[in-house]
Design a protein around this ligand. Structure first.
Ligand code: GN1
Ligand code: MG
Length: 370
């Protein structure tokens, strides 16, 4: 990406001043993000310009319309809360002089812009249980705020996003077609999925039984989608709001658990790093329940034991499918990258499933001790 291209984007968004520096930023798997520093007289300003992935999000207008409604709602809710003084607790999106938050470049590709959240940082894994609890608090608060979004409901940006059974069907189709002759390299992973895939149906049965309503959820509450104050390490807000849409609270808890409980990142297969940290697991559930507990039904809480394994399975299945399909969805560094990611998720699944009885006991005790 040439600097002149970023400059053109800045101008289209009406950013005042001159561009001093621009560089690729972050490690998201979907969009391309650039951090851009502008100088306007003696004032410096930093923005994130994001080139949006239109094959993942075919309807960018819906995506941006949802984003605008969610950020405006959060800003409004924040005004009536005790921590209103810190504007960094709600993400803002820049509206271009056209009145739209979406800008098309000369090639027709869609862009959006955020003011960079001052003195903030994201991290791939928590340093300790306290940080994990704090991130879970922010996710729980987000969930509560979203339950009060005024009508009409948000439109889905990706159909069937957390439909684990649909994800399993796509895996089986890719296996049958095997367009890149990669299936033979993934035999142990394919067998693993056959052994554990009934978890998806088990969750569906809990939903069918009632008490696990469709909610407005974030759906991508990875630990590194939480911003922290770079100095105090306090959790500030959730970013990556592209998949805020109808879902179950189980997905948000599961994504948080899956990305918090081990020292390993999504690319790590190191057994030692992949060991589940029980203190962190407990802190995540406590933090989430402290913030969102009163909103939740007993049946929703009862899904929290399988939330982590379900999301580890689903993400593993998605990585494996993308491996078989020739890496068309997630950004990869090499042709085994998605396979390694799938393996790490399945290892995590294993560790999380072993924790399930303990967690479910804890969840029951927490209820009866009130
Ligand atoms: C993608 O954009 P990013 O990296 O936050 C993906 C999530 C996956 C995640 C796996 C829209 O999230 O669903 O859990 O990768 N987002 C989309 O790391 O597919
Ligand atoms: Mg994302």
């Amino acid at each position: 990406m040439a600097v002149q291209d970023i400059e053109a984007i800045g101008r289209a968004f009406g950013i005042p001043g001159t561009l001093e520096h621009a560089e690729a930023f972050g490690n998201g798997h979907i969009h391309d993000t650039f951090r851009a520093e502008y100088r306007d007289g003696n004032q410096g300003r930093v923005y994130l310009h994001q080139r949006l992935n239109e094959s993942v999000f075919p309807d960018l207008e819906t995506l941006m319309d949802n984003l605008r409604r969610v950020t405006e709602h959060l800003a409004h809710a924040r005004q009536h809360s005790p921590s209103s003084s810190d504007h960094r607790r709600t993400l803002q999106v820049v509206v271009a002089p056209t009145g739209q938050p979406l800008v098309r470049d000369a090639q027709g590709r869609g862009w959006r812009t955020y003011p960079f959240v001052t003195n903030s940082a994201s991290e791939d894994r928590p340093r300790d249980a306290a940080q994990a609890r704090d991130a879970a608090r922010v996710c729980g608060e987000f969930f509560c705020a979203m339950q009060r979004l005024p009508a009409p409901p948000l439109r889905p940006t990706i159909e069937g996003f957390h439909d684990t059974e649909k994800r399993l069907r796509s895996l089986h189709e890719s296996l049958t077609e095997d367009p890149h002759q990669r299936a033979s390299a993934a035999q142990p992973e394919i067998e693993f999925v056959s052994r554990v895939q009934s978890l998806a149906a088990e969750f569906q049965a809990m939903v069918q039984a009632g008490g696990v309503p469709v909610r407005l959820t974030h759906n991508d509450t990875k630990f590194n989608n939480v911003l922290f104050d770079a100095t105090t390490r306090e959790a500030l807000c959730l970013v990556d709001l592209d998949t805020v849409m109808a879902g179950h609270v189980t997905y948000d808890v599961g994504e948080l658990v899956r990305t918090t409980v081990s020292l390993a990142t999504e690319d790590d297969r190191d057994e030692a790093k992949n060991r589940i940290r029980e203190d962190i697991l407990d802190a995540v559930l406590d933090g989430y329940l402290a913030a969102a507990g009163p909103e939740l039904t007993p049946e929703e809480r009862a899904t929290f034991g399988l939330a982590g394994p379900l999301m580890a399975l689903e993400n593993g299945v998605r990585f494996l499918t993308d491996f078989l399909q020739g890496d068309v969805y997630f950004k990869v560094r090499d042709e085994r990258h998605n396979l390694r990611r799938a393996r790490a998720q399945f290892q995590l699944y294993q560790g999380l499933v072993e924790q399930r009885p303990r967690l479910e006991r804890r969840l029951r005790e927490a209820r009866t001790s009130r």
